[in-house]
Design a binder for this molecule. Structure first.
Ligand SMILES: [Cu+2]
Length: 191
């Protein structure tokens, strides 16, 4: 059921939580460049917390349907955390308010369960089980990285994780609490 028409791209909550860890990097032995067959992401965001500590990474790949985001979140306790794409590519600790509001090019309200929603930047909650790191794969169908309607407009974008869960309906941010990790989304240089 849809109310009104909007161009919110469909987002399949392809939301994978893996107990087993497939290493997304490789050891850099002997000072040589790492050897890897893993594809290079088209963009990425290095997540940091209020103290500037490493809290993981989001790799962003263009694919046939839009964008695929691969998240690894480190140092979070078990729990449920909101995550969003925010509208400005700035992450000034400790509050990360400079990341701005959710990425929302259509002027919608927040939340996929809100009849007036949702923001383009609204994402499923990240659920972290005890004694695991947080991993998620997010498929953003119909979403572009750059250009007309793309994530990376002139002031960029940031990936933000919040202290609490997103209720998926309360405008403007789903009652999700403080911003506890943030990463500016940057295109990955091609060598
Ligand atoms: Cu947010």
């Amino acid at each position: 059921m849809t109310t009104g028409s909007h161009r919110q791209p469909t987002m399949t909550a392809g939301f994978a939580l893996l107990g087993a860890i497939a290493l997304a990097g490789c050891a850099n032995m002997g000072g040589k460049a790492p050897v890897t067959n893993l594809p290079t992401p088209d963009a990425h965001a290095n997540l940091v917390d209020a103290r500037g500590a490493d809290r993981g990474r989001v790799d962003i790949f263009k694919d046939g349907s839009g964008l695929r985001l691969e998240l690894v979140a480190r140092g979070f306790g078990a729990g449920t955390y909101a995550m969003h794409i925010h509208e400005t590519g700035r992450c000034d600790a400790p509050k990360f308010t400079t990341a701005g509001a959710h990425w929302n090019p259509t002027g919608a309200q927040h939340g996929r369960e809100n009849p007036m929603g949702a923001h383009h930047g609204d994402l499923p909650n990240l659920v972290i089980e005890p004694d695991t790191i947080g991993r998620a794969t997010l498929q953003l169908v119909g979403t572009r990285l750059a250009g007309e309607g793309g994530v990376l407009d002139t002031d960029g974008a940031a990936f933000v994780i919040h202290a609490g869960p997103d209720d998926m309906r309360t405008d403007p941010s789903g009652n999700s609490g403080d911003r506890i990790a943030c990463g500016v989304i940057v295109t990955t240089p091609v060598d």
